[in-house]
Design a protein around this ligand. Structure first.
Ligand code: UDX
Length: 442
């Protein structure tokens, strides 16, 4: 732990699991570097301050769905109070990159603002290319062109573009184009990625954005002792530790770990194909079935009666798992996930090959990197069908293709370990970030 710098940073995470975890890990890293940390969190999905006694917390009465104008006002009021009250000078605000309304608020208070991009650099490049994609006619996406390549963003296919089907397309394009301007007005972007993983996307971003870029990931590996406790303390659902006991009784590299993060949802028909695909694979599996994962169901009701009993202990189902511990367990052989960015990054850090089933927004671009760029996983390209699931599991767990995938992800894992050590790219970038923050202090 470095000496306290007498300077305070205010961090404002987006209140969703995949955004909270990296922001809190970043907070731990910066605290370790000597900064004092204040977290502004919303009443929606609020954090438990007692699990972070070394931080100061301020809760603001904001719901995720609340109109931006009122959120901006509430944030501005909170920040103004913190700026006037604090006996330690506040050096800057670090906010989630998607919280674009923080730009005018910070500007009005003359508070420097640095952004945290919690997802990959590559999907960020794809978002930044939206004006070009619109001009070239890739957007709006036409169903007849889904398999065509996006020449300007190899190896993306049109179906991989980070669109949000739940939002009106025109409004979405406007929002994404706005994000570029608001990002350019910031004092820099912190990425939870590393040079050896995404060097070329980071280079593109450096070329296109005239602001400092800090790839300092993987955050949770920079500082394992603090972050394993931080991932359970920032967990919104309680992590079921029975998984670890169950994994202890399984053979090395035999288990399929299945989890789709905190947001993705699937249909009942897809759920049943998954269940049969897993059952027919003959491998043991640990399946996180989050309440709400299956549209229209509370939890396990769609499973045929007797399904689990017939598997004789080969399956273990929980509502939420201690994911990082699970991935680090020697019994886990493959991670079937939805490619929310934290999941593939955590999987790479433990050298666990992946089966990819992206559901929305950046997840398709992340999955394309996993399967086609780093070649450390296979995609279920033709939807969720029990036969394809069985075949894909076999390819990864039994066949030569799987061995090659395992070898490649093992090499990436080594690179992830090296980049955070003294002299490594993320280590140096973190040093650069600290210097940059100190230079903002007038
Ligand atoms: C969201 C978006 O959906 C995704 O597109 C974006 O890239 C990141 O934010 P989410 O869907 O929740 O992410 O998935 P993911 O990025 O994998 O983050 C989930 C986090 O919860 C991970 O840190 C994971 O370790 C943790 N987790 C997940 C658990 O602790 N237990 C679980 O059972 C599942």
């Amino acid at each position: 732990m470095e000496q306290r710098k007498g300077l305070r940073l205010i961090l404002f995470p987006m209140p969703l699991q995949g955004h909270l975890n990296p922001m809190l890990e970043l907070a731990n890293l910066l605290h370790h570097k000597g900064f004092s940390i204040t977290i502004i969190h919303t009443q929606f999905n609020s954090l438990n301050p007692s699990t972070y006694p070394h931080f100061t917390f301020h809760s603001i009465p904001v719901a995720l769905s609340q109109a931006e104008a009122s959120t901006s006002d509430i944030l501005a009021e909170c920040l103004a109070r913190l700026l006037s009250d604090n006996h330690e000078p506040v050096t800057c605000l670090i906010s989630d990159l998607l919280f674009h309304f923080t730009q005018p608020v910070a500007e009005s208070l003359k508070l420097p603002r640095i952004l945290l991009r919690i997802s990959a650099a590559f999907s960020f490049v794809a978002y930044a290319a939206f004006p070009l994609l619109l001009e070239k006619g890739y957007l709006p996406i036409q169903d007849s062109r889904l398999e065509e390549p996006v020449i300007e963003l190899p190896p993306l296919k049109i179906k991989d573009l980070p669109v949000l089907k739940t939002m009106d397309p025109e409004k979405y394009y406007e929002l994404v184009s706005g994000l570029k301007k608001e990002t350019e007005a910031s004092h820099g972007i912190i990425f939870n990625t590393f040079e050896d993983l995404e060097g070329s996307s980071l280079a593109t971003i450096r070329q296109e954005f005239n602001i400092p870029i800090f790839p300092i990931g993987p955050f949770h590996k920079c500082f394992p002792a603090a972050s394993s406790s931080s991932s359970s303390s920032s967990s919104l659902l309680s992590q079921d530790q029975s998984c670890i006991r169950w994994l202890n009784s399984q053979a090395p590299k035999s288990v399929i770990y299945v989890s789709f993060g905190s947001i993705a949802a699937i249909s009942e028909a897809q759920f049943l194909e998954m269940a049969w695909g897993l059952a027919n694979s003959n491998q043991p599996f640990l399946w996180v079935i989050r309440p709400g994962l299956v549209h229209g169901s509370e939890w396990l009701e769609p499973l045929p009666s007797g399904f689990l009993e017939a598997l004789n202990g080969r399956a273990h189902i929980v509502k939420w798992a201690p994911q990082k511990e699970v991935l680090a367990h020697p019994a886990v052989g493959v991670f079937w996930n939805h490619n929310g960015w934290n999941s593939p990054l955590e999987s790479i850090c433990e050298g666990v090959p992946m089966i990819c089933m992206p559901c929305l927004s950046d997840q398709m671009a992340n999955a394309r990197c996993v399967s086609d760029v780093w070649k450390v996983g296979l995609q279920l390209e033709h939807g969720i069908k029990r036969g394809e699931i069985e075949r894909t599991v076999r390819k990864i767990m039994v066949e030569k293709e799987g061995e090659e995938i395992r070898e490649r992800i093992f090499q990436l894992m080594e690179k992830a370990n090296v980049c955070i050590k003294q002299g490594g790219s993320s280590y140096q970038s973190l040093e650069g970030l600290v210097k940059h923050i100190l230079s903002l202090e007038k």
